[in-house]
Design a protein around this ligand. Sequence first.
Ligand SMILES: CC(C)(COP(=O)(O)OP(=O)(O)OC[C@H]1O[C@@H](n2cnc3c(N)ncnc32)[C@H](O)[C@@H]1OP(=O)(O)O)[C@@H](O)C(=O)NCCC(=O)NCCS
Length: 410
Amino acid sequence: MSARSVQIRTVPESEIQRALRLAHLVFHESPESDQRRHQQELLSRCLRIGAYDGDELVGFAAALPFSLSVPGGGELPCPGLTFVSVAPTHRRRGVLSSLIGELYARCAEQGAPLVALWASEASIYGRFGFGPATYGTTVEIDSRRALALRVAPDPRPLRLVDPGAAPAALAPFFEATRARRAGRQARTEAWWREEWLVEKDEEDDELSPPRVVALGDPVAGYAIYRTKPGDDDAHTPGLVRVDDLEAESAEVAATLWSYLTAIDLTGRVRAWGRPLDDPLLLFAADRDQVRVTASFPSLWVRLVDVRAAFAARTWAAPVDVVLAVHDERLPANAGSYRLIASPDGFSYAATEDAPDLSLEARDLASAYMGATPVRALVRAGLAAEHTPGAASMLDAALHTELLPHTVDAF
Ligand SMILES: CC(C)(COP(=O)(O)OP(=O)(O)OC[C@H]1O[C@@H](n2cnc3c(N)ncnc32)[C@H](O)[C@@H]1OP(=O)(O)O)[C@@H](O)C(=O)NCCC(=O)NCCS
């Protein structure tokens, strides 16, 4: 068989269970019925693309209908690629390439300039033009002693919020954080309930249901966390796993972290996916107590339409550069373009002028929201600077006050 004998078409709702069987096979999973129901429901809301060998579904990719915040407070439709699965009998014959080609065509039809994903393996998606566009860290705090801080916590009281009431209570504040930080998807009420506030944690059934703590009315900061009892025999203290924490100021963050590290019968706090520029890492007085134990790419982004992606963001400083963009998979992006932008305006038009900078679409995606400076790409040998200073000028224009950051994994 070759990829040519495989047909790419929409997977109808009636075949979602088939798609899930394929996904469970390739991801080595056998989820319980609750989770299967949840996945069925999730996929019913997705764009679903299948690769069929005759009647057999041999490849599958779904795209969640996300909207992503981009620098300056704007939004772009950004399908979230997920459940990417190719049957073990049909791998390495171009099935994934065909599915992604179809996805790009559908994005173009629907006017979605971006596509995003979380990668199971970092080696897969660069060739398709995806670059890591946001990063996260895992932070672990030794909370057997009080958290030492260099800022005074906000003195306002904390309150526990019933998880049922949490989406309505937290959503306006979370929306405001999206305007400040690029790289965040909008959360629907269903997304809050099913991804953040679900009673039973999918990965660890020893964890408590979600707890929600908030400060201020209107909310000025909140944390969603779960706890797990310690194990005396193994000398492991109880755990507080922080799933989401947002604060409008360092003082509010200090109050939330102080609370989380002072919960009785626990001695460890673990927070996954924190931003690289989390102020906690600066205001913690003892960095031996607050350790970054992992750092990883979070959201991978593909600029399906570079011009539309550029048009939707704001620019921090004036820039006038000719970019030679290399894009094998989406030739409409490829070629030389003059980018003229400033806080007041923007243009991006094909030109025959000599390029100031040459780079690949995947690296442009990494630079787009400000996660990776173009100068770093030049230093790494991934971009070529033909006009001295061009990379610095572009970096000043791409600059964002806060690093882009993604909290919603999918
Ligand atoms: C990953 C997966 C989808 C790839 O599908 P596939 O149909 O075999 O991929 P293709 O044949 O279209 O490969 C396209 C290119 O990607 C490369 N590639 C594919 N999977 C790769 C992997 N896991 N690691 C490194 N390279 C990979 C291929 O070698 C090929 O390279 P080329 O263009 O230089 O020839 C498939 O192996 C799979 O379902 N894996 C298990 C589930 C999974 O990991 N999904 C991804 C979730 S984010």
